[in-house]
Design a binder for this molecule. Sequence first.
Ligand code: DQA
Length: 137
Amino acid sequence: MKLIIINGPNLNLLGKREPEVYGSHSFDDLFVDLKKKYPQMELEYYQSNIEGELIDKLHEVGFDYDGVILNAAAYTHTSVGIGDAVKAIDTPVVEVHISNVHSREDFRHKSFIAANAKGVIFGFGLKSYELAIQSFL
Ligand code: DQA
């Protein structure tokens, strides 16, 4: 099964950025662990801070991968374009957030992705990504 984790803006700073909210582990370390733990999955990782690049990646993978795990970060709450891309592709998308976005500011309660996602997982820290992988098993 071929899955890709796509992370949006500022998630390249995981481990350094607001550790009280996002934890102190880098995504690279987590990704190494996930690949070891789920050898039956073909796991890929992509990160961009640029909205159009995230849309291009969704188009690229969205017709032959088995699943996308998408943390669009701040674009979740603002991007009609990423929401439309999720709607346009065939591959099921699981929306993920590290933090509990519903316990935070009101602007984080809105998602342009959720309506067209297979499901949404949020609030479990970096474990949210693993729960998303498990949803494809
Ligand atoms: C986030 C939550 C978003 O509101 C925020 O803009 C992020 C990260 C999360 O994983 O908790 O950058 O998607």
